[in-house]
Design a protein around this ligand. Structure first.
Ligand code: PMV
Length: 311
């Protein structure tokens, strides 16, 4: 083929962020409505990436394309491809919001290059190549983003591996963007500092966050449990705030979501900015809660529900 195509999705972490860095399980869901598309083609010059997400090439900050270029280089080297590869990336995922924009971009790129090479791409190989690029972005990423943006449905992730979650519960969510750029690397460093300063409380919080992910797996497996899910989200938000990764913008959106009828609200991803995920009591509450979140300052709102993942 003269061009290769690849696609990946944004993701939200529902439970277990930060705890996952310490080996506890986490639950994440791909957002099928927010996609990244990549198209790869041969070029005689050096490899390059063009992307709306990177902004105008003339004014682009130096190094902004380091992550996608690393994904290109890793895939190129793995497949033994010469010469360079030009990749066009079209992304609907806002960067720096804990939605997995970097992992989704890298996954779409790696898939497009494998397609260009005409080589089948296994899950593990895709994960390795994307993780290579993610290390440029985050330092020591757990791999949760790389797994979730490549997944076809909700996953339980632990220590690098993921498995699909069986979902019977129908749950409707809103994801509200604080508009504040969350820096995952510094949030992870802050949690580490918190653990040094308060080892007992910090360890207990991480352990409980991990246990919550286990409970969620049970809840999702049953037909009910939306209320319980909300309670677990609220508890997780308190624990994450105790570890120092909430913020006044996150708190404001979470409070507004709950006051408007949401059953649970918590930060998602690294925190200190990024997105808040709100569990709705039902689909009909969506408009009211969305309005309240906008009034509380949400810069963007995305909806998703678990119906498309049900058997
Ligand atoms: O901010 P995000 O969506 O990239 O998620 C980070 C999740 C953490 O658990 C905080 C870090 C990690 O590497 O898993």
């Amino acid at each position: 083929p003269s061009a290769g195509h690849g696609r990946a999705h944004a993701k939200v972490i529902l439970f277990g962020e930060h705890a996952v860095v310490y080996g506890y399980p986490a639950i994440a869901v791909p957002l099928h409505g927010l996609s990244v598309y990549a198209q790869a083609a041969w070029t005689s010059g050096p490899s390059r990436v063009d992307s709306s997400y990177l902004g105008d090439p003339a004014t682009r900050r130096p190094g902004a394309d380091a992550i996608p270029l690393t994904a290109v280089a890793a895939a190129r080297a793995h497949f033994g491809l010469e010469p360079g590869i030009a990749v066009d990336v079209d992304s609907a995922v806002p960067p720096g919001r804990g939605l997995g924009s970097s992992a989704a971009t890298s996954t779409a790129i790696v898939r497009a290059i494998a397609d260009l090479a005409g080589v089948p791409l296994g899950e593990e190989l895709c994960f390795e190549l994307v993780q290579h690029a993610e290390r440029v972005a985050h330092g020591t990423p757990s791999g949760l983003d790389a797994r979730a943006t490549a997944a076809e449905g909700p996953i339980r992730f632990q220590s690098g591996s993921a498995h699909r979650l069986g979902v019977r519960t129908t749950a409707h969510f809103l994801v509200a963007d604080t508009g504040v750029h969350g820096n995952t690397r510094s949030a992870v460093a802050d949690v580490r500092a918190h653990l040094t300063a308060h080892p007992q409380q910090g360890r207990a919080a991480l352990e409980r966050l991990g246990a919550i992910s286990g409970q969620v797996e049970q809840v999702f497996g049953g037909a009910d449990g939306v209320t319980q899910l909300g309670d677990l989200m609220n508890e997780a938000q308190e624990l994450l705030a105790g570890l120092g990764v909430s913020s006044k913008e996150i708190d404001r959106l979470a409070t507004a979501g709950l006051a408007a009828g949401g059953l649970g609200a918590k930060l998602s991803g690294g925190g200190q900015g990024g997105c808040v995920v709100v569990l709705l009591p039902g689909e009909e509450a969506s408009a009211t809660v969305e309005q309240a979140l906008r009034e509380a300052g949400a810069a963007g709102i995305y909806r998703f529900d678990t119906r498309m993942f049900q058997p």
